[in-house]
Design a protein around this ligand. Sequence first.
Ligand code: AHG
Ligand code: MN
Ligand code: MN
Ligand code: MN
Length: 335
Amino acid sequence: MSKKNQTLGEFIIENQQAFPYSSGELSRLINSIRLAAKVVNHEVNKAGLVDITGAVGDTNIQGEEQQKLDVYANQKFIQTLTNREIVCGIASEENDEYITIQGHNKDHKNKYVVLMDPLDGSSNIDVNVSVGTIFSVYRRVTPIGTPVTMEDFLQPGNLQVAAGYIIYGTSTMLVYTTGHGVNGFTLNPAIGTYYLSHPNMKFSEDGNIYSVNEGNYAQFPRGVKDYIKYCQAEEDDRPYTSRYIGSLVSDIHRNMIKGGIYIYPGSSKYPDGKLRLLYECNPMAFIAEQAGGKASNGFKRIMDIKPTELHERVPFFCGSKNMVEKAEECMRNAK
Ligand code: AHG
Ligand code: MN
Ligand code: MN
Ligand code: MN
């Protein structure tokens, strides 16, 4: 049973004993993520003082203007994961192709692949609003000892062995799951230690916060427009409150703590939605389901979608179970 204020290290050791078959590599993977998060946090916290804000002048495969912090965070997570003999491959929002990691003996013996969004909410960096990092972990499916292949990355979300996020907000938190519930750890920056501050995090079945970029309302599918009108109606427990930060990690984190739904639907600009299935929707869906919530594309469970491309996008409905189901009902009825 998790004890509040346990350190992350103690929590990992205690839970490591609970999984006798895992050889500790997954624990070491989480440890390397927490280290990289401390390094990135240090840079995020002084972004305005050093030359780390603003754009680098390149665009990534997403067609987005890469921010300096996108590139910095990407480099730090790749470097930390590469140096620790745990992963055989990394896919990132900021890299067109996946990265093969041979391991020190160049024998491709490592068992895990990591897919990540190194800096989520880049549009918030220059305006001092919360940003995050999102990660998703799978066991490789191709033979150990051979180079990792695209097949190892294009696994459905229901095969994830771990997923989580770091939120660089008023405090820095690491929130993750290995399939046994969701736990949140807050970093004490003075000593560089994470403490278990939010044990066994849960989405309430109902909520009264809806998060969507209503600037795109005119382009939304009928079902989403119907659901937004439902949220705004003056009936029963409504109108709900509209909260949208523009950083998926921050919006989902708030909605998990307070109850709510996050929607990024398809629009004329992004027919399949803006969010990427592999390193935004799947990890956040794993977290949501482990916390008793729900995540779909409006019709189908996110984690059952078979990916076909590294950077593919999907419409995303995620949060309190009853709110997602009401939105899905609106999508079905609008068909
Ligand atoms: P990223 O910064 O990693 O590219 O992700 C940004 C995403 C997500 O974090 C956020 O919820 C959404 O984009 C905001 O999109 P809009 O600005 O189109 O609302
Ligand atoms: Mn981006
Ligand atoms: Mn993102
Ligand atoms: Mn990003």
